[in-house]
Design a protein around this ligand. Structure first.
Ligand SMILES: NC(=O)c1ccc[n+]([C@@H]2O[C@H](COP(=O)([O-])OP(=O)(O)OC[C@H]3O[C@@H](n4cnc5c(N)ncnc54)[C@H](OP(=O)(O)O)[C@@H]3O)[C@@H](O)[C@H]2O)c1
Ligand SMILES: *[C@@H]1O[C@H](CO)[C@@H](O)[C@H](O)[C@H]1NC(C)=O
Ligand SMILES: *[C@@H]1O[C@H](CO)[C@@H](O)[C@H](O)[C@H]1NC(C)=O
Length: 333
């Protein structure tokens, strides 16, 4: 074998083992989604306020992410980050790092645009901010409708779904799905439409593993994207009453050492092995890179059992001020 062939083989081997590439999963409409994405919501402060965007931090995070191998980015109209996502994505396309068709961009319809005829204009506004001609996935963010002045409204999500179908038929989004729907709401949607959602985005983390909902979605061929994948792992974000574990938990640290990974990587890997698509958010370069480096190892059944035991049916995001909506999706206590 000559030196050039050897070099070529070594290069291919190195590429195959590169851990910063998420495999792609098939959606029920024939499209594909990368098995991990970058979140771009800035989150709540510990006292319930909204964290404010600082400078171009989301733009930087998305650029670092694409350089690290992410091909899936999650945003929403309500996050106020669509413009920065758009700048970063268009920049990386212009640099030739990726092509538009390599990327999977998700955005979401806010509660104030649930009327059937409000959906297409809302997505058009998002596309303008993103500076894109289409997104890959458009989600109904919540089953709950609200007026501009935050009053609950009774618009049925079945009406909203008709608007979603129209948005897809117009080519503004490749696929459509829902977020924060419970199983009964999904059942009702499926019974009343010919167009199945391709994805459900819900909270999934160690304290909220939702095995029944995951099994239901698997039976229905609906992929599950897991938001707030770290739950209450980091003390800076954990409520005082949040169950354990924290990131320094001895059982988690022992598992991390065994695989030469960090505790956050063990948590993300566990979710991937549950069949969930985690979308961790970070605006720290080293963490953005670390979080996608979870595709070069596999947890043992014994270790998965340790992680399973942290499931406490505890929600980080219950949004209790919507509990009087007839479409409130969670337990009301
Ligand atoms: N559909 C919905 O209703 C809904 C609701 C909530 C969230 N989401 C989506 O899900 C995404 C993720 O959820 P989330 O933002 O709530 O929470 P998350 O991704 O579970 O946690 C984000 C926090 O973890 C920190 N972090 C990330 N990686 C880390 C690492 N390797 N080591 C230490 N700390 C790390 C981040 O800090 P730094 O950024 O400072 O590094 C940030 O404070 C959101 O951004 C959004 O896109 C959707
Ligand atoms: C939108 O993206 C195009 C490239 O597709 C770029 O040339 C243009 O400057 C961008 N517009 C804005 C307002 O950023
Ligand atoms: C452990 O992981 C670190 C960081 O990814 C890496 O630099 C180091 O080479 C790894 N050590 C072993 C023994 O694999």
């Amino acid at each position: 074998m000559d030196a050039r062939s050897l070099w070529l083989i070594l290069t291919i081997l190195a590429a195959c083992q590169s851990s910063g590439v998420a495999p792609r999963l098939k959606l029920n409409d024939g499209k594909e989604v990368p098995a991990l994405g970058l979140g771009t919501w800035l989150g709540f402060t510990k006292d319930g306020g909204r964290v404010q965007l600082k400078g171009n931090e989301i733009e930087k995070a998305v650029e670092w992410a694409i350089d690290a191998g992410y091909r899936h980015i999650d945003t929403a109209a309500i996050y106020n980050t669509e413009s920065q996502v758009g700048i970063a994505v268009n920049q990386k396309i212009a640099e030739g790092v990726v092509k538009r068709e390599d990327l999977f961009i998700t955005t979401k319809l806010w509660n104030t645009h649930h009327a059937k005829d409000a959906v297409v204009p809302a997505l058009q506004e998002s596309l303008q901010k993103l500076n894109l001609t289409y997104v890959d996935l458009y989600l109904i963010h919540w089953p709950i409708a609200e007026s501009e002045d935050h009053k609950l409204e009774s618009t049925d999500y079945l009406e909203t779904w008709k608007g979603m179908i129209e948005a897809r038929d117009r080519g503004l989004t490749r696929s459509i799905g829902v977020s924060n729907f419970n199983q009964a709401q999904l059942d009702r949607l499926l019974a009343n439409t010919d167009v199945k959602p391709v994805a459900l985005q819900v909270e999934i983390n160690l304290n909220l593993q939702q095995p029944e909902l995951l099994a239901y979605c698997k039976r229905q061929g609906i992929t599950v994207t897991g938001y707030t994948p770290f739950g209450s792992l980091f003390p800076s974000r954990a409520a005082d009453d949040a169950p354990l574990p924290r990131v320094d938990d001895p059982a988690l640290v022992a598992i991390a050492q065994k695989y030469n990974k960090t505790v956050p990587q063990i948590v993300l890997r566990y979710e991937v092995e549950l069949g969930v698509i985690p979308i961790p958010k970070s605006t720290t370069k080293e963490r953005v890179e670390q979080n996608i480096d979870v595709f070069d190892f596999k947890l043992s059944q014994e270790d998965r059992d340790v992680l399973k035991a942290f499931d406490k049916n505890y929600r980080v995001i219950p949004v209790k001020h919507w509990k009087d909506s007839i479409y409130y999706p969670f337990e009301k206590n």
